[in-house]
Design a protein around this ligand. Structure first.
Ligand SMILES: [Zn+2]
Length: 478
């Protein structure tokens, strides 16, 4: 018992210090370790296994929507990055430069890719000639580097993993359709795999991607009431095409610029997962992306027949669910805590008495509920229970977000809400940059998105009192 207690004490309660709770969980659940360079992370086997499940789900949808995976270089010549003015201005403060190859100073500095628009554009300018070459629907899985000042594992690190889609189309409409299509893919992944409800909308001019005509986003709310941008999809129009001279001959033989998009999601999603579903006992991983969906914990495993039965059970169920067994010599209590820390959706307890009765005990990670299930019914019961847990996690997160979403019609209400409650604030906006900045200054909240589902909660802008143009979701954000 004392051993169990000690194990749990390593995690700070989220009510006491959410930031410390996050750091403790990331460490105790063995997701990451810090790399030798400040702000870099080593993603450990369990963390990487979670990423692989998220990645596979997205990769499948990327392919189903007609895209192909490619791999572009890590380095970008400085001159290439300079071509699109807004783009370089946006990224310049946080790029890592390569100045030497061995002892020799390079004739032209290289950038370690912070994102790969410049490389794809350069390639497209040389490889797109005719309308027959369109659309180009490429995606790459890669790592990128952004020299961030303050860093946190998964949420903001010097280097992170992601996918970046880069597409070229004949018309603006096709690019717009693509931008929305991929946003919907992200929303689907977030809601149906990560059990994380999202608000779909458009970024303001201030918050859009550097060089984009507009940026669409899916925004989620964390347990502490701060928002997190879960994925973005950008329509570039023909701005990059003009900067990089990407032209094609249309069916009438007329020269046209292509229209482009890019879209990405990153290992940040793991950070979101932790902060949406985790609790004071550790991680809670939604079944659909859990590397281990069920963990067998043998009770009194030294007794004859217990381990044999446990292994037999694992072999019977391994085609039905992703199942593992903890046959280490730690106490059952230690194993319970460990499985809770790792967030395995279901724990299966089996001991001598259970074997006698031909049953096991199933324990849900999300609710702690226990049930006895006959061995013969397990292959049917387990998948059904996992689906139930998946749905419950989504419902809980949805309810939390709804409870944490407040309408504000005055700056006073706005400030009070952000100060005392946090969460999303829904407030009307006139569209002026000054008002957006005024709100940020007074509340620390940034505009998260202009939601597709618009409402008119007031007639006037919450900041200046002039006529409002649209409803905006605001929040303090990660
Ligand atoms: Zn205003």
């Amino acid at each position: 018992m004392s051993q169990n207690k000690k194990f749990v004490e390593k995690v700070t309660a989220m009510e006491d210090d959410f930031g410390q709770w996050y750091t403790d969980v990331v460490k105790q659940a063995e997701l990451v370790d810090y790399g030798p360079v400040r702000g870099t992370m080593i993603i450990k086997p369990y963390g990487y296994a979670i990423w692989e499940h998220i990645r596979d789900a997205i990769d499948q949808q990327i392919k189903e929507t007609g895209h192909m995976n490619v791999s572009f270089p890590l380095f970008i010549p400085e001159s290439l990055l300079q071509k699109e003015k807004d783009h370089i201005e946006g990224f310049a403060p946080e790029v890592a430069w390569v100045t030497h190859g061995g002892d020799e100073e390079l004739a032209e500095r290289l950038v370690v890719r912070p994102t790969s628009e410049a490389l794809f554009c350069d390639y497209y300018s040389k490889n797109i000639h005719s309308y027959r070459d369109l659309p180009k629907l490429y995606n790459q899985w890669s790592n990128v580097v952004r020299w961030e000042k303050t860093t946190r594992p998964f949420l903001r690190s010097l280097e992170f993993h992601w996918q970046e889609g880069h597409t070229a189309h004949a018309t603006y409409e096709e690019a717009a359709e693509e931008t929305e299509k991929m946003l919907n893919v992200y929303a689907d992944i977030c809601e149906n795999y990560l059990a994380m409800p999202v608000i779909k909308g458009q970024k303001t001019e201030k918050e859009k991607f550097a060089g984009a005509e507009y940026t669409l986003t899916v925004e989620s709310l964390m347990h502490d009431g701060r928002a997190l941008q879960a994925g973005t999809s950008h329509n570039f129009g023909d701005d990059f095409a003009k900067a990089f001279d990407i032209k094609y001959l249309d069916e009438t033989g007329k020269e046209q610029y292509v229209h482009q998009t890019s879209w990405g999601i990153t290992t940040r999603l793991i950070g979101a997962l932790i902060m949406v579903h985790g609790d004071n006992r550790g991680l809670v991983i939604p079944p659909r992306i859990a590397p281990t969906q069920a963990l067998i914990v043998p009770i009194a495993q030294h007794k004859e027949g217990v381990l044999d039965k446990a292994y037999e059970l694992r072999d019977q169920l391994k085609d039905v669910v992703r199942i593992d067994i903890d046959a280490s010599d730690n106490t059952p209590g230690w194993k319970f805590n460990e499985s809770e820390m790792k967030g395995y959706p279901v724990r299966i307890e089996i001991g001598p008495r259970d074997i006698e009765k031909e049953q096991v005990v199933l324990v849900r990670r999300d609710t702690g509920e226990k049930e006895f299930v006959k061995l013969a019914d397990l292959a049917e019961r387990l998948p059904a229970l996992l689906e139930k847990i998946q749905q419950n996690l989504f419902d809980q997160a949805y309810e939390h977000r709804e409870n944490m979403t407040t309408v504000a019609t005055t700056m006073d209400e706005f400030q009070q809400t952000i100060e005392n409650k946090r969460g999303f604030v829904k407030a009307m906006w006139c569209g002026a940059l000054e008002c957006e900045e005024d709100i940020r200054e007074k509340t620390g909240a940034t505009s998260r998105c202009i939601p597709f589902e618009q409402e008119e909660v007031a007639k006037t802008c919450v900041s200046c009192g002039k006529e409002a143009k649209e409803l905006v979701y605001w929040a303090r954000a990660y």
